[in-house]
Design a protein around this ligand. Structure first.
Ligand code: G3P
Ligand code: MG
Length: 266
């Protein structure tokens, strides 16, 4: 899908260039926003498969998305696992907190029965198996979810796993907690990072540990996006699920669109 999108846009650009040349005007060729912007499948293709599962990541790959975003936390026995909520209840219908179950216990649970019988075999994945699935196929935005129950080396273990898998160039680490990004940069200065925010941000604020800023769509105004970009940041926007939100991203010149519906947005 991505290749098709770029090819169609490329053909349109070529036609435009020919028309300009024949009219005698000069024109510097450049990528359009639609060609340049990257698409991130939020928790995988979460509108079509249970979020944060291998099924959602495989589905995202089929849409041609550039990235998947996923939420990293730990099971009771310290395994790095992918799950959004602290409470198991809302998604799974089971009692308990994510840190109260071992990985093997989590594996007995369907992470989102509301998605129907076609996904009855979906399971909470480990970060390791998700990385094996995505390696060389789709980039990974690993959001670190801090809940106060993880081991002290939680962030370091995520960084170590990225290195162990040889995926430094294919991953970024994001978090609502800026201190997490500082930890990542102290351990791996070359690893890309992103600060997620759902509150207003001063674009002039120095954020040396963040390569990206991920803005809630309600905060996406051109002056904020261009101000952050002027500081050398890339700007992502979440969660972009309709044409109105997408148009906000286009007008503001966002670099990355994070969506539950990558197929529709693409
Ligand atoms: O990437 C931004 C987004 O994932 C943050 O929100 O709650 O879906 O993890 P949430
Ligand atoms: Mg997330």
């Amino acid at each position: 899908m991505m290749k098709i999108r770029k090819r169609v846009a490329g053909a349109a650009l070529l036609t435009f260039a020919v028309l300009l040349a024949s009219s005698g005007k000069s024109w510097a060729a450049g990528e359009t926003w639609e060609q340049r912007v990257e698409i991130t499948a939020h928790r995988g293709n979460s509108s079509q498969a249970p979020d944060n599962t291998l099924e959602a990541f495989e589905s995202a790959m089929k849409t041609g998305a550039d990235w998947i975003e996923t939420d990293v936390t730990q099971s009771k026995d310290g395994i790095l696992v992918l799950f959004h909520d602290e409470d198991l209840g809302p998604a799974t219908g089971k009692q308990g907190k994510i840190w109260e179950l071992t990985f093997e216990e989590l594996r007995q649970i369907n992470p989102k029965p509301s998605m129907g019988p076609s996904f009855r075999d979906a399971r909470v994945p480990s970060l390791s198996e998700a990385m094996d699935l995505c390696k060389d196929k789709i980039k990974m935005n690993l959001e670190i979810k801090v809940n106060g129950h993880q081991t002290a080396d939680f962030v370091a273990r995520v960084v170590a796993m990225v290195r162990e898998k040889g995926m430094d160039d294919q991953c970024m680490i994001t978090s609502f907690q800026y201190s997490v990004l500082e930890q990542v940069k102290a351990l791996a200065p070359g690893l890309k990072t992103g600060l997620i925010t759902n509150t207003a941000i001063d674009p002039a604020q120095p954020l040396p540990a963040a390569d990206y800023v991920m803005l809630n769509v309600s905060l996406t105004i051109p002056q904020v996006v261009s101000g952050l970009q002027a500081q050398g940041k890339k700007v992502g926007v979440w969660t972009v699920n309709d044409g109105t939100a997408l148009e906000k991203c286009r007008l503001a010149g966002a670099d990355n669109v994070i969506t539950d519906k990558p197929g529709t947005i693409l």
